[in-house]
Design a protein. Structure first.
Length: 381
């Protein structure tokens, strides 16, 4: 596996080199100090000549929900990314920073591109035996559209199995409920259930996921759309174990407490494993880290069936225009009025000044639609 950091266009002799191609996109690259949404997904190369085109894999995050195919643009140069020695059918892991070019197919700004040998499936063990029955996590690669459970058969090949510390173990040490990572080696369909072939299997101890804080003191969270879920639900309570765990950090990596988190903060949770019977289900976390997402101030222009906004001058722009339709996924979006009371997006008033915390997802259109984590009313006209 080789990693190509987009911020450095030249490296040592063994690194792949990124070279710009003409013409350059119209959108200017953001400055390095602007926050990034830092959303990663796995993709397959569909064109590898003068223009590199990729398709986001089934089940993975898509920068635009209805689009799979993208061009890649370096966030530091604003120019198309070219990676030597790539071929159609190669796999990549792409880190998207939230900015996009309104083209066909759309261009997305990326901070990192990693060449991987095969897609990785994150999931958990549902049944032990030969084969294992595994469930695939939300937001992970699904080899077969619509299928969430698969057989994982070890009978025909030697598979490298490791525990959470990287030590070799045998498959019989993988237990029901364990979080696992499967390095995909192909699949075969049957009447009952698709069987996955694996080249490697990792037993994970501490998977991570993104969530939003839903209470004033940061102890209740809702897992964001397209993220790993510790259990079947999306709502959880973080168990505060005082001195033991979790460790809580702000967006500058300074240690804080759960009580310092605010409603609608986006956090990365490191799951320690284990639950507590409560409503909602309590989970044990090793760490909770507040994420620094792009924010901008805007004016509400129209409120009809949709909300039309105009982003203020000198603010962060998701693309090369200041006018967008504003939306959000139900479990990802919180809208607060001046009194910090939760309201509906369509309750916004025309002329209001709002602060938007940007999710990174978009739909192309006239104007394009952008998704938000949080909308805070700053002032009503």
């Amino acid at each position: 596996m080789s990693t190509i950091a987009i911020v450095a266009l030249a490296g040592c002799a063994n690194e792949e080199v990124l070279e710009p191609i003409e013409p350059a996109p119209k959108v200017e690259a953001p400055t390095p100090d602007i926050p990034s949404v830092d959303l990663s997904f796995q993709a397959i190369v569909t064109e590898a000549n003068d223009t590199l085109l990729i398709d986001a894999l089934n089940g993975e995050y898509h920068p635009s929900p209805s689009i799979s195919t993208y061009q890649l643009i370096s966030e530091t140069t604003g120019e198309n990314v070219v990676m030597e020695e790539l071929e159609v059918g190669d796999y990549l892991e792409v880190t998207y920073n939230g900015r996009f070019e309104q083209s066909n197919p759309p261009g997305i700004f990326v901070s990192d591109v990693t060449s991987i040998d095969a897609p990785i499936i994150d999931g958990w063990v549902k049944e032990r035996g030969t084969p294992l029955v595994i469930g695939v996590s939300e937001g992970s690669f699904h080899p077969e559209e619509g299928a969430t459970s698969y057989n994982l058969d070890f009978s025909e090949a030697e598979v490298d199995v490791t525990d959470w510390q990287g030590r070799n173990i045998t498959a019989d040490k993988i237990y029901v409920g364990n979080q696992i990572r499967v390095h995909y080696g192909g699949s075969s369909k049957s009447e009952d259930m698709t069987t996955i072939k694996a080249t490697r299997l990792e037993d994970l101890r501490e998977p991570t996921f993104e969530a939003r804080v839903t209470t004033e003191y940061g102890t209740l969270i809702e897992v964001l759309d397209n993220q790993f879920r510790p259990d079947a639900g999306t709502w959880y309570g973080i168990i505060d174990q005082d001195e033991d765990s979790p460790d809580v950090f702000d967006e500058n990596d300074q240690e804080i407490t759960l009580a310092d988190l605010e409603i609608a903060d986006v956090v990365e949770v490191t799951f320690l494993g284990g639950f507590q019977d409560s409503e909602p289900l309590g989970l044990f976390a090793k760490a909770v880290r507040k994420l620094d997402k792009p924010q901008f101030e805007a004016t509400v222009m129209e409120v009809n069936d949709d909300v039309l906004i105009n982003i203020a001058e000198d603010e962060y722009l998701p693309s090369d225009t200041s006018t967008y339709e504003l939306t959000g996924k139900e479990q990802n979006l919180v809208v607060l009025n001046e009194a910090q009371e939760e309201i509906h997006l369509l309750d916004l008033q025309e002329g209001a000044t709002i602060e938007v915390t940007y999710e990174g997802t978009f739909n192309l259109g006239t104007p394009s639609q952008i998704f938000a984590h949080k909308v805070q009313v700053v002032e009503n006209e």
